[in-house]
Write a protein that binds this ligand. Structure first.
Ligand code: KG4
Ligand code: ZN
Length: 375
């Protein structure tokens, strides 16, 4: 342990993943443990806040213990505790934040409150450190795209608010209704593809024609970099109403999922080509919108790099399109690995590192803020 290479314990509980990780010097992940609650929320087709808080309470102690164990250290070796203090579900946030606060006090170590969205941005830097790839140059434009967020930020290396320092963020655009991941989950629900919808739609879309069904790109008056995904979700619903012949296969997939057969291998034979085309067209339209608006925000804001993070950043078509179109526009695009894209605590520990290095700590007044802003 040293001042330059501190061991920071990260704790994350803002939504439906209880996570803890130990990261050295903001760059090297010694352990990253994630207890997912997907199985608990699956039957409701989305996250149920009360169940999430209860599950975090059950998981937080074993998950933190496991992270310490896997890192091969003892609690006393830690130099600081970094914990997500918002945004997110308030009951869920309170569990991790209270535990982190008490642990830091008991160990006599500094406490660092971290903005969850800053964590997603730092996941991209952490990935570059871990793989030895080029570190993204700033200023950058970052698309955070998950089940709860779809935002475009401009990222600079100075300034910042209490939970984002010493980086600063300027909001360039964001969704006016559903987050992209939420649209994936809702469309998957309509089509009986299980929960969460993103990974299965990602896999099935490869077997369909993305040009089969035309979805109009939403016109965003006032800001070209805003998004809207509720329209496409409704368009899928209307499509299903116009095509009642798709209902019997929906019932068959429901039955398959109820029997625990919910993988792409299980569900693909229960999808007609018409459904696969609909799935591919939905994904094509969402990806097109995310890529076009983000790259044009990057061009217009003089970004040197484009960062893409959050659960939907795991999407294969999104990655391919960003990579190829970024190249065409002379923009370097950066993604975290899949494990660092979805919610995890390594990104929280990494985001806490600059604060540690600057000696900027929080005290026992740190509170959970469900609407905590990044700007
Ligand atoms: O970042 P995350 O783990 O949690 C939130 O903060 O929301 O993101 C979860 C979201 C879900 O909506 C899920 O359907 C979506 O990310 N997702 C994907 C993929 N993997 C997860 N969406 C599209 N393609 C994927 N491969
Ligand atoms: Zn997240």
């Amino acid at each position: 342990m040293s001042f330059e290479d501190p061991l920071i314990l990260g704790i994350e509980s803002s939504c439906d993943e209880t996570a803890a990780a130990v990261v050295r010097g903001g760059k090297s992940v010694l352990s990253s443990v994630v207890a997912s609650q997907i199985d608990i929320h699956r039957k409701y087709g989305g996250v149920v806040p009360e169940l999430a808080s209860r599950e975090h309470l059950r998981q937080i102690v074993p998950v933190v213990r496991e992270a310490i164990l896997q890192a091969g250290i003892e609690m006393k070796d830690l130099d600081a505790v970094a914990v997500t203090c918002g945004p997110g579900l308030v009951g869920a946030l309170l569990v991790g934040m209270t535990y982190g606060k008490v642990l830091a006090m008991a160990l006599g170590k500094p406490l660092i409150g971290v903005n969850h969205l800053a964590g997603h941005v730092h996941a991209v830097f952490l990935e570059a450190h871990m793989t030895g790839a080029k570190i993204p140059e700033l200023p950058a434009v970052c698309l955070i795209v998950s089940g709860g967020h779809t935002m475009i930020y401009r990222v600079r290396s100075e300034g910042g608010t209490k939970a984002t320092r010493p980086y600063s963020y300027e909001r360039i655009g964001g969704t006016r209704d559903d987050a992209a991941g939420e649209a994936y989950d809702k469309v998957a629900r309509m089509l009986a593809l299980g929960y969460p919808g993103g990974p299965i739609i990602d896999q099935l879309a490869a077997h369909g024609d993305p040009n089969a069904v035309k979805f109009a790109s939403p016109k965003m008056s006032g800001n070209d970099f805003d998004f809207s995904f509720s329209g496409i979700k409704t368009a899928v619903l209307y499509h299903l109403q116009r095509h009642p012949e798709l209902q019997p296969e929906i019932e068959k997939r429901k039955e398959s999922i109820a029997n625990g057969h919910r993988s792409a291998v299980d569900l693909k034979p229960l999808c007609t080509q018409q459904t696969l085309d609909l799935i591919a067209s939905f994904q094509g339209a969402v990806v097109e919108d995310l890529v076009t608006r983000t790259l044009s925000a990057a061009q217009r804001n003089g970004a040197k790099s484009v960062l893409i993070s959050g659960g939907v950043a795991a999407n294969r078509e999104l990655r391919t399109r960003f990579e190829s179109e970024g190249k065409n526009g002379n923009l370097d695009t950066y993604f975290p690995s899949r494990a660092l894209s979805t919610d995890n605590a390594a990104m929280i520990a990494a985001a806490g590192y600059p604060s540690y290095a600057s000696g900027l700590f929080d005290d026992s007044t740190l509170n959970a803020d469900p609407n905590l802003s990044l700007v």
